[in-house]
Design a binder for this molecule. Structure first.
Ligand code: PEP
Ligand code: MN
Length: 348
């Protein structure tokens, strides 16, 4: 409650109401019909009265509603709302983020980003790039630097792999998305990337988020495995405040209780980001499920929920993959999936 309530202004009228909103009643108004109209609009609210003002408090997570329409309800004297605390994301809402000149989100056709978990060799990423292009992909993914739970696991080839990734992408007309794990690597990664990936484990690494701006690139912000949507959005606000040229969110599953899948792909969050927050959002069913057999169904579900694209792991030879082998699609599986899913202009 440290921000003053403000009378809403015209520019707020068409925006989603995701911040607390207070409807003040006219002094003689009967609250009954106003409450009935709010219920009819599907808004969640509670009745409040203090300091001589009677009215309704709308829940911060209430459904999207037009503040102007609320003010027009008979008996409502005024509508007050608080600023969202995410002014930079608010400015991005409904707009596409440009990735190598291509619009992502904001109503643009869904895009495919695909490739191996890790860039392992020049030959591997070259073969992967050819397959991604054949499947209609727009972006080639692959980590040169890999965050691994165990310090003994393969952690990526490092800087050498960045050049292989860029060369392979260029040969097949693809853009590059790859992870940057620390502030010290921003410059090197930015030299080859079109979209800077911030991994789940770094979602709230505020020093890193603040340092990304120097690259002059958009950011792909993966959701932390125990992050609320609000924390995720605010991490995006950090990146924008640091100077990032747009933030694309990526749902990759949160920690669940059931080991049947690696994570719990939160499609409710995808729908919320797309339809309520109006932010560009990709879904990553590969890390969400951790197993390749579920990727087609979860990809379909992600697009149905509103995802602006998919981030998929595919390896030319999954049996030899040095990380995330069980969730890597075979090249033919990727092709079959995209033919089925993405619009014709993307897959031709
Ligand atoms: C990845 O994309 O390979 C990756 C490490 O993802 P996440 O940060 O979501 O675990
Ligand atoms: Mn991976």
């Amino acid at each position: 409650m440290n921000q003053p309530l403000q009378r809403h202004r015209d520019e707020l009228m068409s925006e989603a109401s995701q911040v607390p909103v207070f409807l003040e009643l006219e002094p003689q108004a009967d609250p009954g019909p106003v409450a009935a109209e709010l219920a009819r609009q599907g808004v969640w609210f509670s009745s409040v009265g203090a300091a001589g003002r009677r009215g309704f408090q709308l829940q911060p997570h209430s459904v999207k509603c037009d503040l102007g329409a609320l003010e027009a309800i008979e008996g409502v004297a005024a509508v007050y709302s608080r600023s969202s605390g995410r002014p930079l994301l608010d400015a991005q809402a409904g707009q596409p983020v440009l990735v190598a000149g291509r619009p992502l989100g904001g109503g643009a056709a869904p895009v495919l980003a695909a490739g191996p978990c890790a860039v392992e060799s020049r030959a591997q990423i070259e073969e992967a790039a050819a397959e991604v292009a054949a499947a209609g992909g727009a972006l080639l993914r692959g980590g040169a630097f890999k965050p691994r739970t165990s310090p003994w696991s393969f952690a990526g080839v490092g800087r050498r792999a960045l050049g292989w990734l860029r060369d392979a992408a260029d040969r097949h007309g693809l853009a590059v998305v790859t992870e940057v794990m620390s502030e010290g690597e921003v410059e090197a990664v930015a030299e080859v990337a079109d979209l800077l990936q911030v991994g789940s484990r770094n979602m709230q690494n505020f020093a890193l988020l603040g340092a990304l701006g120097a690259a002059g690139l958009p950011v792909l912000l993966k959701r932390g495995m125990a992050a609320t949507v609000e924390e995720w959005l605010l991490a995006g606000e950090h990146a924008l405040r640091g100077g990032a040229r747009g933030v694309v969110f990526c749902e990759r599953g949160i920690r669940g209780f059931d080991p049947s899948t690696r994570n719990l792909l939160d499609l409710g969050a995808v729908a919320l980001l797309r339809h309520v927050e109006r932010q560009p959002v990709l879904a990553d069913p590969s890390h969400g499920a951790g197993r390749r057999d579920l990727i087609p169904a979860l990809s379909r579900a992600s697009l149905a929920a509103g995802a602006d694209g998919l981030l998929l792991e595919m390896h030319p030879d999954p049996a030899r993959a040095r990380s995330d082998a069980s969730q890597a699609l075979l090249p033919a599986e990727l092709r079959a999936l995209t033919q089925d899913l993405l619009p014709a202009e993307v897959t031709t």
